[in-house]
Design a protein around this ligand. Structure first.
Ligand code: 4GN
Length: 231
């Protein structure tokens, strides 16, 4: 999978994703990540990327020209149009399911990160295919949401996460993960559940399933309701 990020702060991505499992995946060639600085495509003599909003109203707007030129830089050599996502509080709310759909449908994504009051509407009309939000709150920029999307998609690629089988993970089947334990068998007087030490895999699997259901019922009952609604 290829992901190009259009951002004013490429260093944020290097800093957060560089040393992580995601960085390792990129080094291994499982994932192709590029961070493109929109400012490099400004034609303004002061390299400006923002401007005043028509109609006033305070704040600044990201001008269309630098973003468009950066998008052209990516797409010019291609014979197809990568799917362009604008990270925005106005988008559809992101989820494990949405991630699965994106990972399955697209081999090449472009993530556009906005700042200030957002990007000129004509950019959304011209190059953006969909808007995605990571939740109902406003951040200073789309970088953190873009990183959340990149991280979620990356760990779905075979070989990126150690055990790989992301299908058995929390939320993949709509349920919360069961509790995890490691050594020692007793800590601060609290024992690891007997069943996990038994070596009886079928019983362990049944116990974990029960725990997942109970936790989901207690912590996120709306996830169970959604499962019922969606079959
Ligand atoms: C996305 C972008 C929150 C999200 C953002 C989100 C930058 N904040 N919930 N901030 O996924 C106006 C236009 C705010 C750019 C945007």
């Amino acid at each position: 999978m290829k992901i190009d990020v259009l951002t004013l702060f490429p260093a944020m991505f290097e800093a957060v994703l560089g040393d992580s499992i995601i960085g390792r995946a990129a080094e291994k060639g499982l994932l192709h990540l590029r961070y493109i600085n929109i400012r490099d495509f400004s034609e303004d003599k002061h390299r400006r990327v923002d401007d005043y909003p028509y109609g006033a109203g305070g704040g600044m707007v990201m001008a269309p020209q630098p973003i468009y030129n950066a998008w052209r830089f990516i797409t010019e050599p291609l014979s197809y149009r990568p799917h362009v996502i604008y990270l925005s509080p106005q988008g559809q709310v992101f989820s494990q399911e949405k991630a699965k759909t994106l990972a399955t449908a697209y081999e090449h994504l472009i993530l556009l990160c906005g700042h200030y009051e957002g990007v000129d509407e004509r950019i959304i009309e011209e190059i953006v295919d969909e808007e995605i939000s990571i939740g109902d709150y406003v951040l200073t920029g789309g970088e953190i949401p873009a990183m959340a999307v990149i991280d979620t998609l990356s760990r779905m690629i075979p070989g990126v996460v150690q055990h790989g089988n992301s299908e058995s993970e929390s939320l993949a089947d709509g349920l919360l993960e069961y509790p995890q334990y490691t050594r020692p068998p007793e800590f601060l007087g609290r024992k690891v559940p007997e069943i996990l030490l038994s070596g009886h895999q079928a019983k362990i699997a049944a116990w974990r399933r029960e725990q997942s259901l109970e936790r989901t019922r207690n912590k996120r009952p709306e996830l169970l309701e959604r499962m019922k609604e969606n079959g």
